[in-house]
Structures are given as C-alpha cells and as structure tokens.
Design a protein around this ligand. Structure first.
Ligand code: ZN
Length: 281
C-alpha cells in the first residue's frame, strides 16, 4: 500500500470511531493528529481499516508550538511504525520566515532515517518569495516531504508537494503533481494559524462547522448554507441548508463525499492543472 494520488482526511485522534466512515473511498485514507495519533492508528488497524494511515503529532501548531530546531524524536518514528502507519512522519517544529536553520535541521535529521516523511510546517513566505530556497532544500534532501503552509493573506498557486492540514488546496496540490494531500475534517485542522502578533484583520478560528460547497469551491459555515440542492450520496438532492441542524458527522460525511467525487474527477481528467484552474476560476 502506498500514498500515491491519495486524498486523505485529517482528523483528531479523538475522532477514531467516526474516522473510517469518512475515508471509506478507495482513493482515500486517514491522518490522525496529536500526541495520541499513533494509538488511533493502532485502533483502526485492529478494527480492520486497510487504507493508508498517517500520524501527525502537530507539535508545530498552537500556542505551545515548538521551533524547527527542537530536534526530532526517534521514539515517535518507532511508535508510528509499530502502530501500523503507511509511512512515519517526523514530529517537526515550526519553520518561521527566513528560518533556514530550522528547515535544514529537520531535513538533516530526517535524512538519517529510511522511508520517513519529513514534515515541513512553514511560514507562508516559503510558499511565495522564498519558494526557490525551499525547492532547493527539498531537492537536496531527496526524500519524501509533507508541507504544512501557514495561512497568509496573499494568494498563491498550488504547490506540487504533499500537504497536511489543508483545505480545498489539497486538490490543487494533487493537480500540480503532489503525491498525496490531506484535508482537515474541521476548520482548525484545515489551517496552520499564524502567531497572533503576525495577524492583521483577524482569523476565524473555528469551532463552527463548515460544509464544502462547489460553486465557488469553499468550506462555508453551516449557518450560511443556501437552498441549492446537493447531489452527493449523503444529501440525495436535498438542500444544503439542511446541514445547519445536522450532526457534525453528517456534515463531515457530506464533505468527504464531495471531496472524493472531486478527487475522482481530478484523477480522470486529461489535464489536471487545467481542471483545477477551471474549478477554482
Ligand atoms: Zn451533500
């Protein structure tokens, strides 16, 4: 089993019971998140889930996030392998603007392990003006990587690298040639929020439930859903607005079903980048 062309669903380790239903599609898989992510992997494997599974420790996020120079844990790699992950992820810290020390510390340590995916949680500048330096570092490393790109006001084109904790741009990454990408099941897992002192204008940190709509392609808070019919196999043509009062699992099943339908269309399209451009206008 490999991760090739997979669109994964990223969930919290606490979502362990509902998660397999969100990733039952053949092109899918799961990323569990947090300190207990490997325990969740072990549990769903025992319960017979046979799709790809990853464990993202996410030390790079939140108010207590660690820096990329903090060092990587060999125990964390061993725990994941023992639990049955498809490929282990490093427990990387955050790589700030211009922080080449962190970038190189993570890649140098990851180079000492075979088959380990180096997680690179980067400031948005690494996906914009510092992109050439990022590309060079990844090429020199030569092994598999997964990016987590911090939110930024600037718009940017899709990156051709695997993504963790992404929103709809996961499909853009796959269209641009990324091996795999993971969409967060809820708002907080679809973003890497900037430190408060870097924020201008404020970010919506979601406890709110959001549903994926296709025109335009975006996650929309359920209170703002309209009367348009959803053709997905969860909604059966009922209006999207019905999801305002639906349980969170129902909203997430709609989301994963719509995502997987788009993913299937992406894989069938003859020119993927053009397909993505047409979808996002
Ligand atoms: Zn639906």
């Amino acid at each position: 089993m490999d991760l090739r062309e997979r669109l994964l669903i990223q969930v919290s380790a606490r979502d362990v019971y509902d998660a397999p239903a969100l990733a039952a599609h053949p092109g899918s898989g799961l990323v569990f998140t947090g300190q207990a992510a490997h325990d969740a992997v072990r549990m769903v494997r025992r319960r017979g889930y046979d799709g790809p599974l990853l464990a993202d420790r996410r030390r790079y996020a939140g108010s207590a996030r660690v820096a990329g120079t903090a060092g990587l844990s060999a125990e964390w790699i061993a725990d994941q392998v023992e639990a049955g992950v498809t490929a282990p992820l490093t427990d990387s810290g955050y790589i700030g603007r211009g922080d080449t020390g962190s970038l190189h510390a993570i890649l140098e340590r990851a180079a000492g392990w075979d088959g380990v995916i180096a997680v690179l949680p980067v400031h948005a500048s690494w996906a914009a003006e510092a992109r050439p330096a990022l590309d060079t570092a990844i090429t020199t490393f030569g092994g598999p990587v997964a990016l987590v790109v911090e939110d930024a006001a600037m718009r940017r084109g899709p990156l051709p690298y695997p993504l963790l904790s992404a929103g709809v741009e996961a499909l853009g990454a796959l269209a641009a040639g990324a091996d795999w990408a993971a969409v967060g099941v809820r708002e907080v897992l679809r973003h890497l929020y900037p430190e408060p002192h870097e924020v201008r204008g404020g970010w919506r940190r979601g406890g709110a439930r959001s549903a994926l709509v296709t025109e335009p392609l975006a996650f929309v808070p359920v209170e703002r859903l309209g009367r348009e019919a959803c053709p997905c196999s969860i909604c059966h043509g009922r209006p999207l607005a019905r999801l305002r009062d639906a349980p969170e699992l129902e909203v997430n099943l709609h989301n994963s079903t719509v995502l997987h339908r788009l993913h299937t269309r992406l894989l069938r399209s003859t020119h993927r980048e053009r397909w993505w451009q047409a979808l996002t206008g």
